[in-house]
Design a protein around this ligand. Structure first.
Ligand code: BES
Ligand code: ZN
Ligand code: ZN
Length: 481
């Protein structure tokens, strides 16, 4: 899909179809020219309601409000409704108080909404739309700077494509995306985008003393891979390290998951995939940030060599961990990765992980959990949440939850006496591996809920959503302002 931008009026642009969003069910607007048809078809323009009038070459989509995120959703629903039809080009105007922002959101919505994962299907998905023309004509009648719009639209294409790239990775079957294959993919990405890439295996991890990470790997027939990618611009304004949970399949280990809970556990590398998408976007956008991404990649398998509940592990910072449950493996891998990440002396340290079922129970499947010690940093993420459209909710720490990690035999255990508050308890476990001087630099994002979509919503089709990419890139852009 190619995007074209023009100062021409909508009615001067030739296209196969015009897409018109209708906020708040308000059917009185000069762009709405089919009131008779609307009436006969009893079209109300309720949120997500579509009216396709092929003979009039128009498609109407109801949206809830003039909120930026509604433009993403509207564009996604429009493209999904028509991409397999015999239409090659679309035209659309701009909306709301921030028309440039609406253009950005529309472009994201078109790209994210058109996505379909068809790698394993004989019948491939169709998208016949090759041109999308954005007019600077606005719903409100205000004017827009074409140059600014062009620049912003280019950026949003990079971000949306990075999100789709992450979706592709996460949607692969777990036997097709193994740790060595993910490492190979990281090397390919590095080569294509001029990044440095180091892949470390078992021996290196052992030398670093990463006993927690290694334990999780023990039953797997694939080696563990710590993947370190590095983007170095010429004049960085900040050094940021991202850490991602990369469990290519989570069986639960000896604390085996029940059969139903195994399904979809291929998504347990969603955090690692997200940070690959982020570094792709950041390098293509040439943001002045020295960016490091650390992917902790392994299977959590089951077998004769498996680590066991009751094992005591020693992490890279010498802390000992009593294993209470081998299914709480993400925090073990992340513990060692976070210790390593801090040797890079970051200004900010962000980890992204499909860490806990508790976060899904607490927040639902649309919202990620945000945790950390620094209120200002968390506030910045909440701000980026609004602009990016990714739903984020803060989960608060408290010292009672922290005391649940006390162990009788080791410095701490990997699980409390029960699973109550486990999204927060897991984050407090991670916090034990953050040095005092880095506590305020760190936030943790639990994407277990939004990483995978069972029932399509908004601009998310079935499958992996690419959660985290848009949020973190948006946060970085706001940081640079
Ligand atoms: N990978 C899971 C968390 C998860 C659950 C991700 C649902 C995506 C969807 C994690 O490793 C896990 O198994 N967590 C356990 C922790 C428990 C043993 C304390 C859980 O949430 O049940
Ligand atoms: Zn697990
Ligand atoms: Zn897991």
């Amino acid at each position: 899909m190619k995007f074209e931008l023009t100062n021409k009026k909508l009615n001067q642009i030739r296209a196969d179809l015009e897409v018109i969003l209708i906020p708040n069910k308000k059917l009185k607007h000069k762009w709405i020219k089919d009131l008779a048809a609307i009436r006969t078809q009893d079209y109300k323009a309720s949120p997500d309601e579509i009216l396709y009038l092929p003979h009039r070459k128009r498609l109407y989509v109801g949206i809830e409000s003039l909120n930026i995120n509604e433009f993403r959703i509207g564009a996604a629903l429009a493209i999904r409704a028509i991409k397999s039809k015999k239409i090659k080009s679309l035209k659309v105007g701009l909306y709301g108080d921030d028309p440039v922002g609406s253009g950005v959101a529309l472009v994201e919505g078109f790209i994210l909404g058109a996505y379909e994962f068809d790698q394993y299907r004989k019948e491939k998905s169709k998208n016949n739309i090759s041109r999308i023309i954005l007019a600077t004509e606005t719903h409100k009648g205000t004017s827009v700077d074409l140059v600014e719009l062009k620049h912003k639209v280019q950026q949003s294409q990079v971000i949306a494509q990075a999100t789709n790239y992450v979706r592709d990775l996460v949607n692969q079957g777990p036997s097709d995306l193994t740790p060595p294959i993910l490492a190979k993919e990281a090397k390919r990405l590095a080569k294509e985008n001029n990044l440095k890439c180091q892949v470390y295996g078992k021996r290196w991890l052992a030398k670093q003393g990463m006993g927690a990470f290694l334990a999780v790997n023990r039953a797997s027939s694939f080696p563990p891979q710590l993947i370190h990618l590095h983007y170095q611009p010429s004049k960085p304004k900040s050094r940021i390290v991202l850490v991602g949970k990369g469990i290519t399949y989570d069986t639960g280990g000896l604390s085996l998951k029940p059969r139903g809970a195994l399904v979809n556990m291929k998504i347990d590398m969603g955090g690692a995939a997200a940070i690959l998408g982020i570094i792709q976007a950041v390098s293509q956008l040439k943001l002045p940030i020295e960016l490091h991404t650390i992917l902790g990649v392994t299977e959590n398998a089951i077998g004769q060599h498996a680590y066991k509940p009751d094992d005591v592990l020693t992490a890279m910072n010498s802390k000992t961990i009593e294993v209470k449950d081998t299914d709480a493996e993400g925090r073990l891998v992340l513990a060692d990765c976070l210790v390593y990440a801090q040797t890079l002396k970051p200004d900010y340290l962000i980890d992204i992980a499909t860490l806990t079922g508790a976060s899904v129970v607490g927040l639902g499947e649309y919202t990620m959990g945000l945790m950390g010690h620094n209120q200002d940093l968390k506030r910045a993420f909440l701000g980026a949440s609004v602009t990016s459209g990714e739903e984020v909710a803060e989960l608060p720490f408290n010292r009672y939850l922290k005391s649940k990690l006390k162990s009788e035999v080791a410095d701490l255990s990997n699980l409390g006496p029960n699973k109550l508050g486990d999204a927060i308890v897991a984050a407090l476990f991670l916090s034990e591996f953050i040095d005092k001087r880095n506590k305020d630099k760190w936030v943790h994002l639990d994407i277990a809920g939004p990483a995978f979509v069972e029932k399509p919503w908004g601009y998310n089709p079935y499958g992996a959503s690419g959660a985290g990419v848009r949020l973190v890139v948006q946060w970085m852009e706001q940081l640079l302002k």
